[in-house]
Design a protein. Structure first.
Length: 255
């Protein structure tokens, strides 16, 4: 089974660009399932039903999110009704679901969304939470999107889930790391998959806006620059009989 995982999509223009390039990417990597972190896909931060539908109508199979998942209240109903748009599982008993299971006929694939503790808002301990959650999931094919700030926390999660999940993919920092690996010969891992947005920016936001905020301390509305958009992510190959990741490759393309 080949899985395409795309890092945090920033803004509607980036969502539009991604889906325009998605058919070619899926063909290039012979993709069976496409997972996209869409928590920043709406203009003005967060995710909305409109930006989510851009991704889903463009061929995305599962949307994961993160610390901005509840920023737009208009998403609440969609979180409740959708089986393939998930939010971090360890955010408590609130709207939405923290994992989903795709029935692919010949096999199943589970996708779990978690959020880290370091430098984040309050949440349940993701290590203890996923420990309990794995007892509810029968399939061996499991992808975890760990939306966390600290690289140490992400790497620890990779080792914590070694041999128990197919892959732990870090998101949130919007900077792709060069440490893709297969831990213990089983679990694919990367500290951060990166982001999908304008290359000449600060994490997808107009660089002049961010520089102004950091030098004048005066708040400014985030705006999105124009320019070349890069798509970051990873391609994974999973042995669907054992759940083992047999290959992980970084994706970093410019449009």
């Amino acid at each position: 089974m080949n899985i395409l995982f795309i890092g945090d999509v920033v803004g509607q223009a980036s969502a539009d660009f991604l889906v325009s390039r998605l058919p070619a990417l899926k063909k290039q990597y012979n993709t069976d399932v496409t997972i996209v972190n869409g928590e920043n896909s709406a203009d003005g931060n967060g995710i909305t039903p409109f930006s989510a539908n851009i991704l889903l109508n463009g061929g995305v199979d599962v949307i994961t999110t993160g610390n901005h998942c509840f920023r737009r209240r208009e998403m609440n109903d969609l979180y409740e009704t959708s089986d393939i748009i998930i939010r971090p599982a360890n955010l408590g008993d609130v709207v939405g679901k923290g994992f989903c299971i795709l029935d692919m006929g010949r096999t199943q694939l589970a996708v779990i969304n978690l959020i880290g503790m370091a430098f984040m808002d309050n949440c349940d301990n993701p290590f203890n939470y996923v420990d309990r959650l794995l007892t509810e999931i029968a399939t061996k094919n499991i992808i975890v999107d760990f939306h966390a700030e600290a690289t140490s926390e992400k790497k620890a999660m990779g080792y914590f889930l070694e041999g128990r999940v197919s892959a732990v993919i870090g998101t949130h920092t919007h900077v792709q790391t060069a440490d893709q690996q297969i831990i213990g010969g089983h679990t694919g891992f990367i500290t951060d998959a990166g982001f999908t947005g304008v290359k000449e920016s600060v994490l997808g936001i107009d660089k002049e806006v961010i520089i102004s905020r950091l030098t004048t301390y005066y708040p400014r509305k985030h705006t999105y620059p124009e320019g070349e958009i890069m798509i970051n992510g990873v391609s994974l190959t999973i042995d669907e009989k054992t759940g083992k990741c047999t290959a992980i490759e970084r994706i970093n393309t410019l449009g």
